[in-house]
Design a protein around this ligand. Structure first.
Ligand SMILES: NC(=O)c1ccc[n+]([C@@H]2O[C@H](COP(=O)([O-])OP(=O)(O)OC[C@H]3O[C@@H](n4cnc5c(N)ncnc54)[C@H](O)[C@@H]3O)[C@@H](O)[C@H]2O)c1
Length: 339
């Protein structure tokens, strides 16, 4: 087991890599009421670990990451007589963690909370960094708060029940971390494709640890996304547009988005073609898509509807080399020409 501590100044959060769900009780405040928030799938596989706790069960799916679900959670917390001393644990993927963190942050003006992160994406991304929230009016994560969980348990064994497509999708964020911050991590990913795809626990410990360390360092330096944290959006500006346009799963859209961002980096003369191809090969090795079948003009139109759009310009994260990213402002007109 390895512990990575995130200290933002305002809060300290411990990421417990390789800890077991069965040890959850060790991290809970003694003598206080603990309430678990989870989803139908997780309950189906892991309900034996929930004995003795009150459980709030949510339906699965992005369409349920809404204020109505928050309303339901608030009503259940009142019914369960949760008070300011109660502790809330979200056990699930990114949707459960984002929703739980938000609910805990606003219930009675905030109660303490922790996560057991159960999907690969959630372990390396969603539950690290303190962004909590729900979707609103068709926009993702439109309503929410910054607030750190007390702890995040990452039990790698739980990944074996995660649907395979969700597991593969998580590697898009992992490749992103290596591409923007750490060339030697990228080399490690290249050398360990088979083991990583076969749930090798040692390799997972290394990979998830490296990703969490990268995200934790970025978040510690820039919790509110004023500068450095924007680099975590590598592949996402295109990716969100692709998701809107095609309803493709997030990981696949980000994988194609990273290839497009690398292509723009090459066309702007800041990344070599060889390096862009190497990134593409890594994405293919992890069984993720690299090509957009749709027309790029349709993609740009979808991107223009993004809530993070800033006037006629878009902030793109481009690569200077593998392991080194920069934030570039570019007009949609120039982007259309480049693509
Ligand atoms: N807060 C952040 O910084 C941040 C960052 C990235 C993504 N996100 C959010 O995360 C969400 C996506 O998270 P996700 O990919 O984990 O999706 P998810 O929470 O929907 O989980 C994927 C599916 O797998 C199931 N599942 C999860 N773990 C399982 C396990 N161990 N065994 C069996 N089934 C399991 C879930 O029930 C669900 O059906 C999005 O809403 C996204 O906005 C947030």
């Amino acid at each position: 087991m390895e512990t990575i501590t995130i200290n933002t100044g305002a809060a300290v959060s411990k990421i417990l890599l390789g800890e077991k769900l069965s040890n959850l009780a060790l991290y809970l405040p003694k003598g206080k009421k603990t309430i678990i928030i989870t989803d139908n799938n997780i309950k189906q596989y892991y309900s034996q670990y929930f004995n003795g706790f009150d459980v709030i069960e949510l339906p699965t799916g992005e369409e349920n990451k809404t204020l109505s679900t928050l309303d339901y959670i608030m009503a259940r917390l009142v019914e369960l007589e949760a008070d300011r001393t109660s502790f809330i644990v979200g056990i699930g993927g990114g949707i459960v963690c984002d929703t739980t963190g938000f609910a805990a942050s606003v219930y009675m003006r905030g109660v303490k909370f922790g996560f057991v992160s159960t999907s690969l994406l959630s372990m390396v991304d969603a539950s690290v960094g303190g962004k909590n929230g729900v979707n609103f009016g068709g926009f993702k994560n439109m309503v929410g708060v910054f607030n750190q969980p007390e702890f995040v348990i990452c039990d790698f064994e739980m990944l074996k029940t995660l649907p395979r497509s969700e597991y593969i999708g998580g590697f898009a964020e992992i490749i992103k971390h290596a591409a923007i911050k750490d060339f030697s991590y990228l080399e490690y990913l290249e050398a360990n494709v088979e083991k990583a795809l076969n749930y090798d626990l040692q390799v997972l410990q290394q990979i998830i640890g490296d990703s969490v360390r990268i995200k934790a360092a970025v978040v510690t330096a820039d919790e509110r996304e004023k500068g450095e944290r924007k680099k975590l959006n590598f592949g996402h500006t295109f990716g969100h547009g692709i998701e809107k346009l095609t309803q493709m799963p997030h990981g696949e859209a980000v994988a194609i988005g990273m290839c497009l961002a690398a292509e723009v980096s090459v066309k702007k003369g800041i990344l070599s073609l060889n390096e862009a191809q190497r990134l593409k090969q890594l994405i293919v090795a992890y069984q993720l898509p690299v090509d957009l079948k749709q027309n790029k003009t349709l993609l740009l139109n979808a991107m223009k509807k993004d809530k993070k759009r800033e006037g006629e310009e878009v902030h793109l994260i481009l690569l200077k080399s593998l392991g080194n990213a920069e934030i570039v402002s570019i007009t949609y007109k120039e982007l259309e020409g480049l693509l």
